[in-house]
Each structure stands twice: as structure tokens, then as C-alpha cells.
Design a protein around this ligand. Sequence first.
Ligand SMILES: NC(=O)c1ccc[n+]([C@@H]2O[C@H](COP(=O)([O-])OP(=O)(O)OC[C@H]3O[C@@H](n4cnc5c(N)ncnc54)[C@H](OP(=O)(O)O)[C@@H]3O)[C@@H](O)[C@H]2O)c1
Length: 360
Amino acid sequence: MKRIAVLGVTGSIGRQALEIIDADDELELCALASGSSELETLAAARGVRHAQVGGDLTTLLDLSEPDIVLNAVVGFAGLPATLWALEHGVTLALANKESLVAAGELALAAQGRGGGLLLPVDSEHSAVFQCLEGRRLDSVDSIVLTASGGPFRGRTREQLADVTRADALAHPTWQMGPKITIDSATLANKGLELIEAHFLFGLPYDRIEVVVHPTSVVHAIVRFRDGASLAHLGYPDMRVPISYALTYPERAATPVEGLDFSNRLTLEFERPDVETFPMLALARNAGEAGGTHPCAYNAANEVAVAAFLAGRLPFLGIAGVAEEALARVHGVPAQDLDELIEADAEARRLAEEALGALVP
Ligand SMILES: NC(=O)c1ccc[n+]([C@@H]2O[C@H](COP(=O)([O-])OP(=O)(O)OC[C@H]3O[C@@H](n4cnc5c(N)ncnc54)[C@H](OP(=O)(O)O)[C@@H]3O)[C@@H](O)[C@H]2O)c1
């Protein structure tokens, strides 16, 4: 029996995780957390003693002693739980990519001390993880992350000037929470995933490629040095990578259908348009610059997306704010969590200033 703490249980990933746990006799829910939604009814219905709304989730984890932490909190707020799991050697099923992007080096150092597993839940990274299983890293040439391109694929910058919140929230292939859906529309999500992949798989940025693949059937591809490429395919459904992370190294059955190859399945790939969607190029630059630049990228993006969702910033302003803030951060590496929190706060301050200048 594996005891699982589901953090962000009221969200898109959290709810799908409950479905997987409920269907599997070997998975037991031991703790729940949300940001502000009340959890009493949910916890009572499932007989879970440990539930927490907001605050420091490490207390909840100390008390509930999970075997697996499924971190599906959105944003930088997920960082303490990520570090707790890695430091304690408790398996971390990570959906909260923002924490690994912001704290990559600190997180890997914590994992080095704790010695536990870090299993990606992001579908692309789960796909890479599965293609790499049992293979030597020196046999890998490069990895390819696929992006759906979001709702605005193929548009010009001029055509993006007036898009609304509702337009940006209408994702063509994935049903997700609002923040990641906006990140998908700007391609910041793929930018975060690029940095996430760098930390998860230890490859330099010039060996991690992003391609647009509109139907989201191929989740990732690994090219090997002998010229072979392995790809991971499936209908876009997060229950597959969630289940994989929670039942690893087994592969439990899920209700998701296997692919139908008999019905004109076509796979198309194209280069991303980084001029129209600058958040992807900004992520690559931040990743390559290293230090706390990825942390700043994430922080500035969180500020800009919140402003867009609140109706305070036009869509194109998201990249404008991030670019302006990133141009002003120092990016010096953080030696510890306090310095990282400072870098995050500084980037948020600079992003707020950029926001004020753009939309006074
Ligand atoms: N959705 C997907 O398909 C998908 C795919 C890959 C990766 N991810 C990643 O998974 C994470 C969650 O995404 P999502 O789409 O599930 O988001 P979501 O639907 O917006 O859910 C976010 C969850 O986080 C909780 N939360 C927010 N702030 C919190 C805090 N300070 N402490 C504890 N809980 C907090 C929310 O609680 P409230 O209900 O109280 O707000 C909610 O349960 C993100 O990092 C995202 O990038 C998502």
C-alpha cells in the first residue's frame, strides 16, 4: 500500500489524481491540501485525517508521513513541498513544474541528500522519462518536447493584440487550470518545461528542442546517438502520466483508450514561432544564463499571468512584462532557500514595476 499526499487536490491535476487513487486498491490517500478551497467535506468523505488549506504544507507532510507526495499546487507556492519531499527521500510525483524551474540546483542538491525518486507528472517529461528508462545518458543525442501551440497557433502578433481572457483560456487539446492554460497560449508553459527538462534529465539546453505538434498525440521524443528516435504516444489525458508516477515502477491500467491507428492518424510537426511567442525564447535565454534567471523568469511570468487573468494587462503585455523584468534582474545564483526567495521577490517587484509602466 502506498500512502499519497495530494497537494492541490481541488485543481485539475488533483482531481484526476483522486480518480486514479480511488480506482487502485494499492494507493491510499493520506493527506490533502488546497490554496483556499475548503477541504472538510472532501477529507471527511474519504476518511482522511490530514488536510490543510494554504500555509506551510511541510507541517502537513511531517504529520501525515506519505510515501509519495503528488505536488499539484500551482506556482512558486509549491516549492516548500517539493524541497520537503526531496530532502526527506520521499518519492516526489511532480506536476508543479514552477518549483523545479525556480529552484533547480537547490532541488537537485536536496534530492542528492535525500536519495528519493523524482518522477515527472508533466506529460512531456513523463514521456521522456519512459523513453530513457534503462538507457545510458551517454547514448542520448537530444530530446524533443512537443507543444500543441495553444489556441493562437498560426496567428501573427497583430492578431494577438485584442485577444481576450476567454480566447486564451480555450485550449485546443488539454483541459487544465487557468494559469497553465494561459502559459500554454503564450508558450511560457513550454519555456518552463524546457528548463524543467534541463534539470530533470541533465542535458544542456542546446540538446533540448521544442517542436509544435498540434494534436498532442506524441508527448516527447528522445533521439539516440545511433540515429534511432523513441517517441511516446497517447491521447492527451493527464491520468496516464499521473497514474504512471503513482504506480511506478508498475504500470497500472487506466480508463484511457489506447491509440487508434486505423483511422487516418496523422502526425504533424513544425517549428515554434518564437517571434510571435517570445516567452519560449526568453525561457531559453534565462535557462542558459543560469543562476536565479529561471527563478526570475517564473516569478515575472506569474505576476504577468495574474495581471492578464485579472483584466489588468493585454495578452501581448505578458511577454513585455517578463522581458522588462528579466532585463533588470541580477540573476546571481542562490546559495540557499532564503536567497532564492529573495530573488523571486525581486523579480516580482521588477515585474510589478514593468506592469505599472505598461498599463499605468
Ligand atoms: N492541468 C494539467 O493538465 C497540468 C499538466 C501538467 C502540469 N500541470 C502543472 O500542475 C500544477 C497544477 O496545475 P492545475 O492545472 O491542476 O492547476 P489548478 O487547476 O489551478 O489547481 C491548482 C491547485 O493548487 C492549489 N493551490 C493554489 N495555491 C496553493 C497554496 N498556496 N497551497 C496549497 N495549494 C494551493 C489550488 O487550491 P484552490 O482550489 O484552493 O485554489 C488547486 O487545488 C501546475 O504547476 C501546472 O503547471 C498541470
